[in-house]
Design a protein around this ligand. Sequence first.
Ligand code: ZN
Ligand code: FE
Length: 261
Amino acid sequence: MNAAEPVLHLIPLPALTDNYIWLLHDDAGNAIVVDPGDAAVVAQALTARQLTLRAILLTHHHPDHIGGVAALRAEHAVPVYAPVDERIVEATEQVRDGDWVELALPRVRFEVLGIPGHTLSHVAYVGAGLLLCGDTLFSLGCGRLFEGTPAQMLASLDRLSMLPGETLVCGGHEYTEANGRFARTIEPANAKLQQRLLEVAELRARLQPTLPVALASELATNPFLRVDADAVAEWCRRQGSGNDRVARFAVVREAKDGFRG
Ligand code: ZN
Ligand code: FE
């Protein structure tokens, strides 16, 4: 963020079982929310902080990310930015890869990245030093492949990996502890992973969110961003995977799907 831009405050609102609704606001009380799966959680946060909702951003069509939109829209006639997908009937502004979302209040702009994999129309919003990535990238994990192929998801994660290391990853779920138990089985000797797991355990013991997290930390610890790392490639070889990176990604993703830790 450059110095001329106003300060934006970022707050993860826990919702439903383990979702985060991301709330962003400026010092003048203008707010936006990303993936409001529960309207009551947002309404309560707006009231408690005396904020005015100005826009809603959606990353993908799943109910735990859009379920609160209709109720919020009934109270606040704000634009709803969403990927092109007929399953998102609440959208008022459709966005696609390469578009920019430019808001006046709060003053912020986001680039839209098309990142298929978890779903085919999934997008991320990148701006103000943040990566709002829904169910594509989590701390120490990534989303399940409900609609896309391993090649699509890997290409999407590759794009996210190229963002500046200080970018704050704002994923849609608090899955970090379970993801960490799996990540540890892939790279037991990764010291940065061990350090992150300690930090995560401490945060969760105090019921604090483990997000946002710097992208640089994820690049050093998240097995789904590390299919080119020697230790991960070696683990994949032991599973009998082919040695191209898509095959490695696929074998890690499949192992996570079957992991009960
Ligand atoms: Zn989802
Ligand atoms: Fe979700």
